[in-house]
Design a protein around this ligand. Structure first.
Ligand code: ADP
Ligand code: ZN
Length: 293
């Protein structure tokens, strides 16, 4: 049994085929241009294989409600050519296999839970801090959905008294993403994150906002592990700062053995470059168990 996986990102589409156990057999990376151009190359890759099911982890926002007429569509992305594009149905028409569809971060959370940093647990949260801030979660072994997928990157955080940066979110200004995604770091300090490595105040402020968010997530749905990835989290010095501030903001309110050792609670991803692909395979495997896909 061969499973197809697509990590559909704003910059690139990573396609792969693998086993139910998450072993990637072959993969390729395709730049994201127009839907037509990109998908032509996606189909060329998959034409070499016979797959039994497909898992898709996509950038968003996307419609994940199977009862909706626009299920499987990308919805309101600023990438105009993709706004409203029926990604899932276009893939299914060509590839003709049952498919599971979710966000890239929900897929990454499920992949990390199945084969990575949250292995053996039944809940976890995956946050990417990059061009935007995206957060996915698994609770009780299931990917977390409400009306639609969670949008935990846009939560409101308490502004640090020393920070007068107005924030970059086109909807909210100073939501978490507006204050703490990679472009906000660059705009606030006038340099890219990679050129600010030695500036402790940059990372203390960044850690403050991320820690506030993590405390909120812990209070709301209590993931048993928090996995932080994305370009900005390559600054490994953020991890101890985030743990320290998490402790201060939580101030002992939640008492739980999972929180006893924050070094094992707030961690980097374990699947690294294959998180998206493996996560997409995990989506297809989970769907096959639930719906005998
Ligand atoms: P994307 O979110 O588009 O998938 P990334 O996760 O690489 O891609 O995020 C890109 C953002 O992260 C940019 O704003 C970039 O400046 C920032 N970034 C990338 N690498 C690093 C790094 N090593 N240190 C700090 N910031 C980084
Ligand atoms: Zn926002």
């Amino acid at each position: 049994m061969l499973i197809g996986a697509i990590e559909a990102g704003g910059t690139k589409f990573v396609c792969g085929v693998g086993s139910r156990e998450g072993e990637i057999i072959e993969h390729c990376s395709i730049p994201t241009s127009t839907p037509e151009e990109t998908l032509e190359q996606v189909f060329a890759f998959f034409s070499k294989f016979t797959i039994n099911a497909l898992g898709v982890g996509t950038f968003g926002p996307a419609d994940l409600n199977p009862a909706s007429a626009s299920y499987g569509n990308i919805t309101t992305t600023p990438k105009v050519k993709w706004a409203g594009f029926p990604l899932l149905s276009t893939l299914q028409k060509e590839l003709n296999v049952p498919a599971a569809f979710d966000t890239d971060v929900n897929a990454a959370a499920l992949g990390e839970l199945t084969w990575g940093a949250a292995r053996g647990l039944d809940s976890c949260m995956y946050m990417t801090v990059g061009t935007g801030i995206g957060v996915g979660a698994v609770v009780d072994g299931k990917v977390l959905h409400g009306m639609n997928h969670p949008e935990m990157g846009h939560i409101l955080v308490r502004r640090h008294p020393s920070d007068s940066f107005q924030g970059l979110c086109p909807y909210h200004g100073d939501c978490l993403e507006g204050l703490a995604a990679g472009p906000a770091i660059e705009k606030r300090w006038g340099k890219k994150g990679t050129e600010l490595v030695d500036r402790l105040e940059v990372w203390e402020l960044e850690a403050d906002y991320i820690a506030q968010a993590l405390v909120n997530y812990a209070l709301i749905f209590g993931p048993k592990r928090m996995i932080l990835g994305g370009g900005v989290m390559k600054q490994q010095q953020l991890f101890p700062l985030i743990r320290e501030k998490f402790k201060i903001y939580m101030n002992g309110y939640l008492q739980n053995s999972f929180l006893d050792d924050l070094e094992t609670y707030i961690v980097p991803p374990a699947l690294n470059d294959f998180a998206g692909l493996k996560g997409s395979i995990a989506l297809a495997v989970l769907a096959s168990k639930v719906h005998s896909l």
